[in-house]
Design a protein around this ligand. Structure first.
Ligand code: 2HG
Ligand code: ZN
Length: 456
């Protein structure tokens, strides 16, 4: 097989040493076995096509690898697969100001794209804590969301064209950057969020936006969970929010300790909301704040006075995931419609408190778009295996509540290996049958990221 791989790529771009296998074989999840047989580094669509054709002939399973910042095991290679890294396809290959489109190879790092946009006087608005290492191809594969979704939407909104090598080895060009294109099924959207199970993205035409006006950040102390939603509704009725995030006191304790940051408010509250909006809306925001104080929803607040202060306040939210990583948390990434959030919060809070009485529960997330991250922290004394077993046993109860409210068991992290066996809480049997049929059409030999998203 190595000889065959070397026919597609020069030998230095085929690695089999243990360090490389361990590094490129896993993502940010740490709970799955890692055992690829090789890692390859194509540099062009033609090389990727040759690899996929070889994989079809030899029945070799391929796992795509971007920045490997995923949290659902979508880029883990645990079964002798060949990992296809996009690290050497990391160039911005075109920019057309009149179209506001930038053409990126799949391995372009999110932050590099953001910087390129800023230098061109424009803005790439999809943003999250892992922007410094995640790659655009991976963002597309999971339809990544993040902290600005309330204003700018998910990755899907910003992808105007996609070049993809399908599981059958065809190179197809989807939508070619057009704004209007009414010529039947838009295959572009099928690949977005497909977790590399239908084909691998080689290049994308990404839309850029006008840069935002100067922004300010406000952090509010909110004693009761439900009142966060009253605060959201009040602000949203009066100004355009760029972000509306929340975190619990436990999350704040972890992140301030981990990053050595000051607490935002004099007094601890059970929850905190973080809002971002245009500076020119400051008067309207102050009125909203007064109202929330008068209603008793909010007990205190702080407003950024400079760009540095705004960044420091953002760290309180963006640093949480990293600050709890050492507790090998059991992750949930749940969503419901914002209107159903009150009912969801009441039910889920009670359930979690009752079923995990001895565990620390870390709540945070993008509450403005209906997305909650629920991380259950492992007590030091419990083995990883026993901990996961207990959490797995409780997951169906949590997911049943999500399903009862027509929510999703994975809002923005994808299904991968972690949520695969629970997919039927969010997708009907008829839908899952269609997903399987589509997989067969694009990937007839089942070589593209097998076992992810759909059980084998
Ligand atoms: C975030 O919003 C990321 O910080 C990570 O989506 C969420 O760690 C998590 O559960
Ligand atoms: Zn998130």
């Amino acid at each position: 097989m190595l000889e065959a791989l070397n026919e597609c790529l020069s030998p230095e771009r085929v690695r089999t040493d243990p360090d490389s296998l361990a590094h490129w074989g896993r993502d940010w999840t740490r709970s799955f076995p890692v055992a690829p047989r090789a890692v390859v580094f194509p540099e062009s669509a033609a090389e990727l096509q040759a690899l996929v054709r070889l994989a079809n002939r030899e029945r070799i399973a391929l796992v795509p690898s971007g920045g490997r910042t995923g949290l659902s095991g979508g880029a883990v290679a645990g079964n002798g697969e060949v990992v296809v890294s996009f690290d050497r396809m990391n160039r911005i290959v075109g920019f057309e100001p009149a179209d506001r489109l930038v053409t990126c190879q799949a391995g372009v790092v999110t932050q590099a794209l953001q910087q390129f946009a800023a230098e061109a006087g424009l803005f790439y608005p999809v943003d999250f804590a892992s922007a410094g290492s995640s790659q655009i191809g991976g963002n597309i594969a999971t339809n990544a969301g993040g902290i600005k979704v309330i204003r700018y939407g998910m990755t899907r909104e910003w992808i105007a064209g996609l070049r993809v090598v399908t599981g059958a080895g065809e190179l197809i060009d989807c939508n070619r950057g057009l704004v209007k294109n009414a010529t039947g099924y838009d295959l572009r959207h099928l690949f977005i969020g497909s977790e590399g199970t239908l084909g691998f993205v080689v290049e994308a035409d990404v839309r850029l936006a006008a840069p935002p006006e100067p922004q300010v950040v406000m952090v509010l102390g909110v004693p009761r969970f439900r009142d966060i939603l009253a605060v959201l509704a009040h602000f949203q009725g009066r100004l355009t929010l760029s972000a509306f995030e929340f975190f619990s006191e436990l999350a704040l304790t972890k992140v301030t300790a981990h990053r050595d940051l000051p607490r935002p408010l004099a007094q601890a509250e059970a929850f905190y909301a973080l809002l971002e909006f245009d500076e020119r809306m400051l008067d309207a925001a102050s009125d909203c704040f007064e109202h929330c104080m008068a209603e008793g929803w909010v007990t205190d607040g702080v407003l950024s006075q400079s760009e540095t202060q705004a960044q420091n306040l953002w760290q309180l939210r963006e640093g949480i995931s990293e600050s709890i990583a050492a507790y090998t948390p059991y992750k949930n990434d749940l969503s419901v419609r914002v209107s159903r959030m009150p009912a969801f919060l009441d039910g889920i809070d009670a359930l979690v408190g009752e079923r995990y009485p001895d565990f620390e529960i870390c709540w945070y997330g993008h509450i403005g778009d209906g997305n909650l991250h629920l991380n259950i922290l492992k007590p030091a004394a419990l083995s990883q295996e026993a901990f996961y077993e207990r959490c797995h046993a409780i997951s169906p109860e949590i997911f049943a509540r999500v399903a009862a409210l027509n929510g999703s068991i994975s809002a923005e992290h994808g299904v991968g290996l972690l949520k695969r066996d629970f997919l039927d809480f969010s997708r009907s049997p008829a839908e899952i049958a269609l997903l399987r049929s589509l997989k067969g059409v694009f990937d007839p030999n089942g070589i593209m990221n097998p076992g992810k998203l759909l059980a084998p």
